[in-house]
Design a protein. Structure first.
Lengths: 349, 293, 403
């Protein structure tokens, strides 16, 4: 049925799948979900034992992207506030860390927390006036932020090193742990990732999560039900920015270098691509999306050096054809089909 | 005083560039409810086609018309072939598909035509026009004129033709439109075609100024977004005025706000956009949408 | 179960062993028949115009291989797309060094990308040769003994123009237009350093632009209005054309210095108008390939023949293709000098031991010299004035370092 649905209908169908996806862990046979989760975590923990430093570095990047995508998905997926500017928060987080380490010689562990706090505040403050903006206009206001940040970074040369950026050193494993730098960074990032995912999961599945989704689906009705729209929306903005900022901080440590060129508009667009490909308004989607934005461009260039972007573009479009609701949505659909056929078979008996 | 006027004039010239692409963005948003990230790259690609035709010896205006026609058909085909499979998917999915188009067009253009910038002819005289100490570029004036003509055509099309009316209806209420016998799906294709045609005109007006290269539209599209945002995405005349405003503001800030100078020019221009939005959240000329609970 | 434990134990052991032997050996990426060379270039993204350098280098190495390779070894050239994004460069360079195990890195492109890997390659002790950027920091053998630059740096060039101004225009009022990034600021710094104390008085206005700006018209209007009679134009080709044209349109006729980056006659001066370009001054170290004076030059003709045979899709008016051809030739020379000892130490030693080497597309008289204390292969440039037809070189070959 190739009919065009109105935006409202689109939003409605989107909500259904999102709600279904959110409810997935509860409905979809809990034990299976838990086992799958345990396997994923176990695999993640064991990676350093059979992967080279370079591969491990790539997976550290995946985890970092996953954190950033989760942050963006909270805001855009769950709360319906479109952001095309999360690269800015990523950059602010990275620079907070870099400046604190480089100028004030503060331990890098603290700087991650500081980066989160700085972005929480900046995000909250930006989210406050942005309350008035909806959909497209909010997206473009945040887009402006993404455009402005590199220029601002260059302007305050004294702090940021201008366009030359700041070079850092990779941290060594503490407490006499016998880990290489890459292994230590990976575990550090993994720990932060697990912590933030658990927090997000707790936040989004409970009362607060329902309020956040309610605001997205119908803010007037939500208001009528006694949800303080303004407060919720700006807090979500802040938390989302904090997640992305922490991701930026970790990336500054992992790359050991920051420069304005690392945080251009394309980063923001890449993050948006990540949440849509991974799965809108899903937690697991953040990981799928992160794997996509880390590895697919590399495959694209392995296929063609002449026009790697053309290949990447084709990948993007084909992915969207096959899985219009992202990888998480697709897997969910497959899961439903499987269980449904299992149920019908049982009935048949 | 001269410098002020000269800066305003050159701001209007660059603003006209933003406005021309902003028109295409607004067109497609009006007709299909989607922001097309590939708009600029499609315009760039059409301009390369025009360049190829002129290399082959076609005269300017023949090429101009041919390019606009090809762009129209191309836009229509892209909607029919590339966008249609995801027509019913969430809007963001369609946006990602347009991003895919953006990178494909950019990459393929670089591959075919190389990244060396190429001069592109202007249909207007090369000699600048002088009034007192103020210099007007003939091409800049001409380009603004073309943008205004396109704007008027667009206005008339939506206001006075049945087709235009049908398109607006299809975008705003597809279900009811279908009941009235409007072929909604084709209206979307038509919207893409028209937007691509406007984009091609914008590309041919921009290229003589910024020169033709695969990344020609990158920066301009960013400003065109800003222009459309200031003016309001639901209003073509808003987009044009928004473009001119952004161009002039940016120049005056760069010239007169001395502690900022040119290094933070873009930032200040963007901050002003956000302020405009805060005062008038749907842009200066945008319609406020009333929603039912 | 016991099988599983054994498997895990195996993984653990292999992991530890892997970690233990990760330290770089001195001969890496070299076999009896092959030497691996790694490179990163932007093949996609906003800086993809430079990608042609990576491609023309590949084409040149193919030519070398077709002619039998270097000392019997074929060059295996591995190049990756880093999109000019420093994090991506780090990833790709680690892939080259740790996974592909290249012998050396060559011509990695861009100042920010190279800054991101500077420390890493020196810790890993991988030769990081002839990087494609004009920043000054690559000539620092003391602190970074594994990194070496190639082209004359931007600061040096900026200083040349400053010296010219001080000598010939004591009453100069200088206006500067620069790109707001590392490249623009490097030129600016060189020029300001060269002007010294006098500069504070003589430089009357500085204007910047962003790469994403559509035009620089507004900046040119301001510069004219400042009353400047000298214009230092630090722009990439696209904006250089606009600046030359606009200055001419609004009737501003300063003494106009154009940075070497945009000195292409075919792709900058011609589109801007040859009349409007008359009198421009630039500093050159390469033969400008679109300049008619080199039409019958042997080096130029060889290059054209090479392009037609090995890189037919490459543009013949793109100076980058001449640049890549030249530097790939220098790389080949270093490998030749290495003989059969292709340890990383010897590669570095030979790279720092190039004496009076001439490349076919360098200006006559400009020679490549390196030493253990001098990691800047090309240090000479010559000023040239555009006479409406060609760049006519004047004065002697200058060496700003020796000043």
């Amino acid at each position: 049925m190739a009919t065009k649905t109105s935006p409202v209908e689109k939003a409605a169908t989107r909500v259904e799948t999102a709600a279904a996806a959110a409810a997935q862990p509860a409905l979809a046979a809990r034990p299976v979900g838990l086992v799958a989760l345990a396997v994923v975590v176990a695999v993640a923990i064991s990676l350093p034992f059979f992967m080279s430093g370079f591969r491990l570095f790539q997976f550290t990047q995946v985890l970092i992207y996953a954190i950033a995508l989760l942050g963006l998905n909270m805001l855009t997926g769950y709360n319906g506030q479109f952001s095309l500017g999360h690269g800015a928060f990523y950059g602010i987080g990275a620079y907070t860390t870099a400046i604190m380490i480089d100028r004030w010689s503060i331990g890098y562990g603290w700087t991650i927390i500081a980066a989160g706090l700085v972005c929480l505040i900046v995000g909250f403050l930006f989210g406050r006036p942005a309350l008035r903006l909806e959909g497209l206009y909010l997206a473009l206001a945040t887009f402006s932020l993404a455009l402005a940040v590199p220029q601002i970074l260059k302007y305050f040369e004294h702090w940021t090193g201008g366009s030359q950026g700041i070079v850092l050193s990779k941290p060594k494993a503490p407490f006499g742990l016998r880990l290489t730098e890459d292994q230590w960074l990976y575990y550090l990032t993994l720990a932060v990732t697990i912590l933030l995912f658990v927090l997000a999961w707790n936040l989004l599945r409970g009362r607060v999560g329902r309020a956040i989704v309610a605001i997205r689906d119908n803010h007037i009705a939500a208001e009528a039900m006694g949800i303080d729209n303004a407060l919720y929306k700006s807090v979500v903005f802040g938390v989302s920015a904090a997640y992305t900022g922490i991701a930026g901080a970790l990336s500054a440590i992992a790359i050991a270098f920051v420069a304005p060129d690392s945080f251009n508009v394309f980063l923001s667009i890449t993050l948006l691509t990540g949440i849509v490909i991974g799965g809108f308004a899903t937690i697991s989607g953040a990981i799928y999306g992160a794997l996509f934005i880390q590895f697919v461009p590399n495959w694209a260039q392995d296929i063609s050096k002449a026009a790697p972007w053309a290949i990447f573009g084709i990948f993007l479009i084909v992915f969207m054809y096959v899985m219009p609701r992202g990888i998480a949505g697709f897997l969910h659909l497959v899961w439903i089909r499987l269980t449904a056929s299992a149920v019908s078979r049982e009935k048949g008996r | 005083m001269d410098i002020f006027v000269q800066q305003v004039v050159s701001g209007l010239a660059t603003g006209g560039i933003y406005a021309s692409l902003a028109l295409a963005l607004v067109m497609i948003y009006q007709a299909t409810d989607v922001v097309n990230f590939a708009q600029g790259e499609m315009a760039m690609f059409s301009t390369y086609l025009a360049w190829s035709m002129m290399q082959a010896g076609l005269p300017y205006w023949g090429t101009f018309l041919a390019t606009v026609a090809i762009a129209f058909v191309g836009g229509l085909l892209i909607e029919r072939i590339v966008i249609r499979p995801v027509e019913n998917a969430p809007i963001l999915t369609i946006v990602i598909v347009t991003l895919g188009l953006l990178v494909i067009f950019n990459s393929v253009a670089g591959w075919i035509y190389s990244y060396i910038q190429k001069p592109f002819p202007s249909p207007f005289p090369a000699k600048p026009i002088r009034i007192g100490n103020i210099v007007f570029g003939a091409h800049d004036l001409g380009a603004i004129g073309v943008t205004l003509v396109v704007l008027m055509l667009l206005f008339a099309f939506f206001r006075f033709t049945t087709l235009g009316l049908a398109m607006r209806a299809a975008a705003q209420n597809p279900v009811s439109s279908r009941l009235c016998g409007i072929r909604v799906s084709w209206m979307l294709g038509l919207g893409w075609g028209l937007a691509a045609a406007f984009g091609a005109i914008a590309g041919m007006m921009v290229a003589p100024v910024v020169f033709l290269d695969p990344n020609m539209m990158g920066g301009i599209q960013l400003y065109a977004f800003a222009a459309a945002t200031v003016g309001g995405f639901s209003s073509p005349q808003g987009a044009v005025i928004g473009g001119l405003l952004v161009g002039v503001t940016e120049n005056l800030v760069g010239t007169y706000v001395s502690f900022i100078g040119t290094e933070l020019k873009l930032t200040v221009a963007l901050a002003m956009i956000i302020i405009v939005l805060l005062v008038k959240p749907t842009g200066l000329f945008g319609r406020t949408i009333v929603r039912r609970v | 179960m016991s099988l599983l434990t054994r498997f895990i134990a195996l993984l653990l052991v292999s992991g530890l062993v892997g970690a233990g032997t990760a330290a770089a050996q001195t001969v890496v990426g070299v076999t009896a028949t092959e030497i691996k060379i790694g490179n990163t270039n932007p093949y996609s993204g906003p800086a993809s115009a430079y990608g042609t350098i990576g491609k023309v280098i590949g084409a040149y190495f193919k030519k070398v291989n077709d002619e039998g390779g270097v000392n019997g070894r074929k060059i295996n050239y591995i190049t990756y797309d880093d999109q000019y994004s420093p994090p991506k460069t780090v990833e790709m360079v680690r892939r080259l060094v740790e996974q592909d195990q290249v012998a050396l890195l060559f011509q990695t492109l861009g100042t920010p990308p190279n800054s991101a890997i500077h420390k890493y390659v020196n810790q890993q002790k991988v030769p990081h040769l002839f990087v494609a950027t004009g920043a000054t920091k690559w000539n620092d053998p003391q602190n970074f003994p594994w990194t070496m630059g190639y082209q004359p740096n931007y600061q040096t060039e900026g200083r040349l123009y400053a010296q010219y101004v001080l000598k010939n225009m004591p009453d100069a009022k200088v206006g500067i237009l620069y790109q707001n990034d590392d490249y623009g600021k490097d030129y600016l710094k060189g020029f300001e350093d060269g002007m010294g104390e006098a500069g504070k008085k003589l430089i009357v206005m500085k204007q910047s632009y962003e790469v994403t700006d559509p035009t620089v018209d507004s900046q040119i209007v301001n510069l004219k209005n400042s009353g400047a009679n000298v214009f230092f134009n630090i722009t990439i080709p696209k904006f250089a054309v606009q600046a030359i044209k606009k200055a001419n349109d609004i009737g501003w006729k300063p003494l106009h210095f154009l940075n070497n980056v945009s000195s292409s006659l075919g792709t900058v001066l011609k589109p801007a108008g040859l009349e409007a370009s008359r009198g421009l001054i630039t500093a050159l170290y390469m033969k400008e390939i679109t300049d008619p004076q080199w039409k019958n030059d042997k080096g130029f003709q060889d290059w054209v023949a090479f392009m037609k045979k090995y890189y037919p899709e490459g543009a013949l008016d793109d100076q980058s293709n001449a640049f890549g051809y030249n530097v790939a030739m220098l790389m080949t020379q270093v490998l030749k000098q290495c003989g059969n000892d292709l340890s990383r130490e010897n590669i570095m030693k030979q790279a720092a031991n190039v004496k009076n080497f001439e490349l076919p597309l360098l200006l006559p008289g400009i020679k490549i010299n390196t030493s253990p204390t001098d990691f800047a292969p090309i240090e000479q440039e010559q000023l040239a004035k555009f006479d409406g037809e060609k760049w006519s070189l004047f004065g002697e070959v200058l060496d700003a370092y020796r000043k």
